[in-house]
Design a protein around this ligand. Structure first.
Ligand code: ATP
Ligand code: MG
Length: 769
């Protein structure tokens, strides 16, 4: 075995990829769990022997995956301080840093802020409801209206002006890398390829620009434009490595090549079977395109699977083989022979009458697995994956009800909560003079005496040149200016405006001290200043008796979160490629806009993960619950929808190492109505790969041998046999079991064990409803 810890535990193909020469292009193709990320991170650690860390760029698509990569690299070379200088992040994160630092070269202000979906919606709402838009609709002949849909009877053109719909269409357009309205015809459906569509698009872009904002698509497009015009800014980059390349869009492929402009040294890894971002315009063909661009690039296949047990892989392979549009080829499925030789346990397929029952089942199983496994399984070993964030809400409630700690990935974030968002908006105003969206959210919160007319006046730009904050100051302190622009303002409101301006400027004074104070103290002082001057804590307490405690707690959590953001922001230590130009407030805002570390780190680490299938990409857990596995409308949305849905389920099932539970409910409550549901058709014909749950038997039949093999696999001490409560004796399935597809499934939750002497036992979960 290799003595170098970076090269230890690699198989031959992985080893070849890791030690391949720096120069050239490499594509590592393989199925889930074959060690693609392991190989990529090992290669980064290996390259650091010869290439300065700051000249290596490693990108992926989700924050969780980026964190995972950084932590794996650290584990490989724990004593190498250079790791902090590596550029490891998401495409969006890495690009944004370049925009902040060099954006002025393409006419962007250095103080740009990311417009998150809430901001986008606010901006679009204002546009579609504006008088100007009404005039334009008339001008372009849209004379009839049904809901939010406008029609032109002459041309028979329609346009849906629902703000969310407009944002989605514009994002679709931009994700192709286009910015000019004449390109609308290439990608947009008719409704936006029209004078009114073009007007809405232009308005939206102008509004972003005026406010110094960029949306997520702009981050990518503008960085592409920046790198095209100024390739010198990446002349230091000696190697670009991208994980999950199958999820790259056309612009991201372009960007990868542009980042590597100086040397052309590119390593990408990917698995076309896991391409799940078609809705964001991901192009799994990008791997082939890259091969075309660099005909000498070397393809390396990894063919051994180290993650999931064979029964899990059998289902996954059975599922994905049916994809009629597979571009991966059989070579990728060869890799589905598992090296995980733990004792086999068949995955469970469970059907329930209601989502409530399903959620109760999941919570009870989680409790059981943790409490009865003699400390072998921890909460952090388990994940609940669902198609959407909404679908897992019932499970979330159930876990909370049972006191099971959890974290939510890709869902509602700590930083999105109203009171927390308000504080963040204050941070944004401190950061930028031109962020009208943040100014309008904070200027009257708490109330400062402005009526709606005054507010509109204050927030409407007087000209293109004056920043919105400067304008506020002119209104506050220059009577002539007020007269010239017709602002009549009451005395108390004028005082309110003065207070607001002083508050922001007070924060800016603290920010100037950042070097002396250190980043975390500086931001904490700014936070204290905001809290003191706004009286926010008192106001929250007075206004919201019900949620008072929680909201106050959230405000307190901001403080601990600030510390965590800076702790995790290692690049701040001594500057990565682009981050040295960010002040501490910008670093915080960047971390927040891109999903940062948010709620995740606010609590203990031993928590169950609840995640959307999309956000679970690249991650793995010993135990996975794939819930809400119903015949979804997306799966029925024609070939493309069905194939994407199949790949999504493939990703979801292959997150599991040891135990897999797939479940669904036969009735759903949607908008107050009960609807029938059934198991996803994608699994039809694969039922025999699952465990059948006969009456009277638990669904978790883990034998002693299994516990021992799991402990060995997880490299944990073998549990004390006496502490283990074996499921078969401890659990019974209620008599009402449903017959399904020729075999019997548990129809309800497992009951609490009767034997009170056994400890730990399953606590009193809400088992009978
Ligand atoms: P995905 O497609 O889901 O992202 P992946 O191909 O990136 O999967 P990894 O996450 O890198 O796979 O690896 C899966 C698991 O297998 C990890 O726990 C990793 O540590 C382990 N693993 C990978 N290669 C080896 C090896 N040669 N020996 C032992 N374990 C390995
Ligand atoms: Mg991976």
């Amino acid at each position: 075995m290799d003595q170098d810890p970076i090269l230890a535990n690699l198989n031959e193909a992985q080893h070849e990829a890791v030690v391949a020469p720096l120069s050239g292009q490499y594509q590592i193709l393989a199925g889930p769990g074959t060690g693609k990320t392991k190989t990529l991170t090992s290669r980064v650690a290996y390259l650091m022997n010869t290439v300065p860390a700051k000249d290596i760029l490693v990108m992926t698509f989700t924050n969780a995956a980026a964190r995972e990569m950084r932590s794996r690299i650290k584990q490989l070379i724990p004593n190498n301080n250079e790791v902090s200088k590596l550029n490891v992040g998401t495409f969006h994160g890495e690009c944004f840093k370049y925009l902040v630092r060099y954006g002025s070269r393409i006419g962007l202000s250095g103080k740009i802020t990311i417009a998150d979906p809430t901001d986008q919606a606010a901006i679009m709402k204002e546009i579609v409801n504006s008088a100007e838009t009404t005039v334009k609709l008339e001008e372009f002949g849209y004379s009839s209206k049904l809901g939010k849909c406008y029609s032109n009877p002459t041309t028979k053109m329609n346009i849906n002006l629902d703000p969310k719909h407009c944002i989605k269409k514009i994002s679709e357009f931009k994700s192709h890398g286009y910015t000019e309205v004449q390109d609308f015809a290439k990608v947009c459906p008719n409704e936006f390829n029209s004078p009114i569509g073009m007007y809405i698009y232009r308005k939206y872009q102008d509004e972003l620009e005026e406010n110094g904002l960029v949306d997520f698509d702009d981050i990518i497009i503008k960085t592409r434009d920046l790198l095209k015009q100024c390739p010198d800014i990446v002349s230091n980059i000696q190697a670009v490595l991208v994980d999950e390349f199958q999820d790259s869009s056309t612009v991201q492929l372009e960007l990868t090549v542009l980042f590597a402009k100086a040397t052309g040294n590119i390593t990408i890894v990917g698995d076309p079977d896991q391409s799940i971002y078609a809705f964001r315009n991901a192009q799994p063909e990008n791997m082939r395109l890259l091969q075309k661009m660099f005909p000498n690039s070397k393809v390396i296949y990894l063919e051994e699977n180290y993650r999931s047990t064979q029964p899990i892989l059998d289902i996954a392979v059975g599922l994905i083989r049916r994809d009629r549009n597979r571009i991966g080829g059989d070579r990728l499925l060869k890799s589905q022979d598992s090296q995980n030789t733990t004792k086999k346990s068949l995955p469970v397929l469970a059907q329930f009458k209601s989502e409530k029952d399903e959620a109760a089942y999941v919570a009870t199983q989680i409790k059981y697995l943790r409490d009865c496994s003699g400390t072998l399984f921890k909460y952090q070993d388990m994940a609940i994956l669902a198609r959407t964030g909404y679908a897992s809400k019932k499970c979330e409630l159930e876990l909370a009800f049972n006191g099971i700690p959890y974290r939510v990935l890709g869902g509602f974030k700590f930083w999105d909560r109203a009171e927390v968002k308000l504080v963040v908006d204050y941070f944004r105003v401190v950061n930028s003079d031109n962020d009208r969206v943040a100014i309008s959210s904070t200027i009257n919160a708490p109330k400062r005496g402005f009526g709606p007319v005054t507010l509109t006046k204050l927030l409407t730009r007087v000209d293109d040149k004056t920043s919105i904050f400067t304008q506020l100051k002119q209104y506050a302190y220059d009577e002539e200016f007020r007269e010239e622009h017709g602002l009549k303002i009451r005395k108390d409101a004028l005082e309110g405006l003065d207070n607001y301006i002083k508050l922001i400027e007070g924060c800016r004074d603290i920010l100037k001290e950042a070097d002396a104070l250190g980043p975390a103290t500086c931001i904490r002082n700014i936070l204290d200043h905001i809290l003191e001057k706004t009286n926010l804590v008192k106001i929250l307490a007075a206004n919201d008796a019900n949620n008072e405690e929680k909201r106050l707690e959230n405000i307190e959590l901001i403080r601990s979160q600030i510390d965590l953001v800076y702790q995790n922001d290692e690049m701040n230590d001594d500057g990565g490629a682009a981050e040295e130009d960010l002040n501490p407030l910008q670093t915080l805002l960047l971390s927040l806009s891109l999903g940062g570390d948010g709620e995740d780190s606010a609590y203990s680490n031993d928590r169950v993960t609840i995640s959307t299938m999309h956000s679970a990409k690249g991650l793995e857990w010993p135990i996975v619950f794939s819930i809400n596995t119903i015949d979804d409308h997306v799966a029925r949305g024609g070939d493309k929808g069905e194939e994407e849905e199949r790949r999504l389920l493939f990703v979801s099932l292959t997150r599991a190492k040891l135990l897999l539970y797939v479940s669904f409910a036969t009735t759903l409550v949607k908008f107050g109505n009960e609807e029938e549901a059934s198991m996803t058709r994608l699994l039809t014909g694969l039922e025999h790969h699952f465990k059948t749950c006969d009456k009277g038997k638990g669904t978790t039949n883990i034998s002693w041998d299994m516990f021992v093999s799991y402990a060995n696999f997880l490299r944990r001490p073998v549990p004390d046999r006496k502490q283990i409560q074996f499921a078969s004796s401890a659990t019974t399935v209620p008599s009402k079991s449903a017959s399904f597809s020729g075999f019997t499934l548990a129809s309800s939750v497992i009951e609490r064990p009767q034997n009170k002497k056994r400890k730990p036992h399953i606590p009193s979960a809400p088992i009978s409803r």
